[in-house]
Design a binder for this molecule. Structure first.
Ligand code: LFR
Length: 485
């Protein structure tokens, strides 16, 4: 059988990469063609994405991907972080640099939105957990801006890049579901919410589903990348977390997943949303996945906490830090890794120390102690999310799949197994890129349904199993320390 080559553009909050998946119906090999930094830039107006820099990285990546695949790509797919967008004017030109979701402009905006659509009603209508950066709040924050007044189109980040590559506009559904403007029951726009909040849905291009064709690379793009045309762009789960969940190598139904990276996204794949008041109070979200599935999960601050400390410390060697952390006694102090107080950049070691002091726990001082506090806190937050999700959805699990960057962190994987009291299966690391590749392959008939995709992953990807150790009593005790704050 002929080998097919699919390029996956996968943009994370701190780096972008273009990967090549070489596939036959029963083999899958992923290689990295190009990796480039994604550095947010602070200008006087606030924190912005350098989206032209990212697009240049994508073009470099496609050139490298083509070279790796002998000049021919069968398709290209794009995924990135969620919620953020670019605005286009009537000529189709980008109006300014997309605002970063960690920008402060949404402070205090939710209360205004809730005055019009009460939070419980907003939850039943959209299924989304409260996060200050949901597109709905960003658009409300920007309501009187000159940019929005001039905007004729809003494209989410992966859709914006797809537009530049192909000239065609669309709004991919999994990522659209993070805007808080989609009804998870109908999987269509939440017309009523948008109307009441004065959000113009005609700004959005028509919805498209993962697997839909999304155009072909423009002639100029072919020329710039040296690719032989025509090259199709295929819509994938363009929310990186949707692609990562698609690549969870589960073999049954009774599993939880944790997509680790800058964030930890911990939860379940369900057939229907959970829109109860208890679910809202627990801040669980119902984002949309492949084939009518719901990604029922909670956002946890994730390795962002550690990345920000490492940045504050002037980039020491991560291996050394983790070895030091492994030598620190477990669970001396923990912080609430779900707390939005950790969202903004800056002063992270101090903020973690302050949180420990405020909850009456020993204050971690050395880098090793702070790193240990972060890893224990993440494992604890993983435990809470996995437990809460099972209870709220009535969907018990007997294994936790950890995918994404955190799979490289053996201590975090072991602590997560210990805290959950369940085996952890870690891998694949490049889950988002693999999910991206597999949805393209499926659209082109190379692999069957999403269960077949998972079986192929379980067979072809290196996975590491961690058995839970030491009982969960000490984790329950640590949990109580945060609850009584
Ligand atoms: C992970 C992620 C999360 C989303 C956050 C902000 O990369 O996409 O799922 O909540 O970034 O967009």
């Amino acid at each position: 059988t002929a080998v097919k080559s699919y390029a996956a553009v996968d943009l994370g909050a701190s780096s972008g990469r273009v990967m090549v998946g070489r596939m036959t119906p029963d083999s899958l090999e992923l290689t990295e063609a190009h990796r480039f930094p994604n550095r947010p830039v602070r200008v006087p107006e606030g924190l912005r994405w350098d989206v032209l820099g990212l697009y240049a990285g994508v073009l470099d990546g496609l050139r490298a991907a083509g070279a790796a695949a002998g000049g021919r790509l069968d398709s290209v797919g794009i995924d990135s972080w969620a919620v953020d967008y670019g605005l286009l004017d009537a000529d189709g030109a980008l109006l300014g640099n997309p605002v970063h979701y960690r920008d402060a402009r949404t402070e205090g905006v939710a209360e205004k939105v809730w005055a019009t659509v009460p939070a419980p009603e907003l939850y039943t209508a959209t299924g989304l957990q409260y996060a200050p950066f949901n597109t709905l709040y960003q658009l409300t924050a920007a309501a009187s801006s000159a940019q929005l007044a001039h905007a004729r189109r809003l494209l989410l980040i992966p859709d914006l890049l797809a537009y530049w590559l192909t000239g065609e506009q669309g709004t991919e559904l999994t990522n659209a579901s993070t805007t808080q403007l989609i009804d998870p029951r109908t999987r269509d726009w939440s017309y009523d919410v948008a109307a009441r909040l004065g959000i113009d849905l005609s700004l959005f291009a028509p919805l498209r589903q993962p697997g839909d064709p999304a155009g072909t690379l423009r002639a100029e793009v072919l020329e710039e990348t040296g690719l032989a045309g025509p090259v199709t762009v295929t819509a994938v789960g363009s929310h990186d977390t949707a692609s990562a969940v698609a690549a969870v190598p589960a073999t049954g139904e009774r599993f939880a997943y944790i997509c680790t990276g800058t964030w930890s996204l911990a939860g379940l794949e369900l057939d229907a949303p959970v829109l109860t008041e208890a679910s809202r109070a627990a801040n669980f979200t119902n984002e949309l996945g492949l084939d009518g599935t719901v990604r029922y999960l909670r956002n946890i601050m994730g390795l962002w906490l550690l990345q920000e400390c490492v940045r504050a410390w002037g980039d020491p060697d991560l291996g050394v830090l983790l070895r030091e952390a492994a030598g620190v006694p477990a669970l001396r102090s923990v912080v609430d890794a779900g707390d939005a107080a950790f969202l903004a950049p800056g002063r992270m070691p101090e903020r973690i120390a302050e949180a420990c002091r405020a909850s009456g726990q020993p204050v971690p001082e050395t880098r090793g102690e702070i790193t240990r506090c972060i890893l224990d806190s993440l494992a604890l937050a993983h435990r809470r999310a996995v437990e809460d999700a099972q209870r709220l959805a009535g969907h018990p699990v007997d294994v936790v799949h950890v995918v994404g960057g955190g799979t490289r962190n053996a201590l975090l994987c072991q602590l997560t197994a210990d805290a959950c009291g369940l085996p952890v299966v870690a891998g694949p690391t490049e889950a988002a890129a693999l999910g991206n590749v597999l949805v393209q392959a499926r659209a082109h008939g190379l692999v069957g349904d999403r269960h077949a995709m998972r079986r192929l992953l379980a067979r072809t990807q290196p996975l590491t199993r961690y058995e839970p150790q030491g009982g969960t009593d000490r984790w329950r005790e640590a949990e109580a320390r945060l609850a009584t704050r």
